[in-house]
Structure formats: structure tokens, C-alpha cells
Design a protein around this ligand. Sequence first.
Ligand code: FE
Length: 136
Amino acid sequence: MPKQFIEDEIKKKLTPEQYHVLREKGTEAPFTGKYLNHGENGMYTCAVCGAEIFSSDTKFNSGTGWPSFNNPANTKAIKLTEDRSQSMRRVEVSCANCGSHLGHVFNDAPNQPTGMRFCINSACLGFKPKGAKAKK
Ligand code: FE
């Protein structure tokens, strides 16, 4: 399928804010996302492709204003890339399956078992409650 066609289909199923964050590497404003204080048990999924990317078991309150996880659902679920934009040196987190931007990972959570803080935009996530059937 032509790339532009795929991109147009993705655009149709996302809100303009979601599209900006996921496909143009944007960042949602802190303390605004719908999953920030979400405490249900289950799996967080990629809002574009439905891949399971973070488990609620690893979610914690980092106080930063974005949903935070100490580990991905599995190491193959996400892709890490060096990001030197905005005069910073960060590590970008994206969906390994579809390449959509998810957020960044920082090594600044010493109170977490992994020491890591995956700082993920709510706009990039879907949620599948524990026990629910798989759906996109
Ligand atoms: Fe994806």
C-alpha cells in the first residue's frame, strides 16, 4: 500500500492531538492526559496499531505529569532511538510494530526496580483491561 494512503488512514482514526504526538513526535501538555491517574489492571496498547506496549504492573506515579512505567511489556514491543532535538540528548521511545512516537525514557527513577522512567504520552495509548479479549 502507498505510504501516503496508510498515513491518511492513520490520521482518520486519531484525534488531531493524537496524530501530532504519535506521528509528528509531539508531546502532550503535562497533567492533561487521560491515563495519568488511571489505575486499572491491564495492558496499555499503541493507539495506532494496538500492540501491547506497557503493563499496568509497571506503572507508577512519577509526579512529572505523564504516565510513567518502569519497563516495557516486553523488550521487543518498543524501539529506542537517540533524540538530539530541542538541545537535549534524550532517548526516544517508539512502537516497534508501527514506528509511532510514544515518549522518552529516562534513567532517573532510583525508587523503581529498574531505575528507569518510561515517560509516555496518554495520547499514544489505548487500554485493554485485564481479562478482556484482544482488540485493536
Ligand atoms: Fe504501534
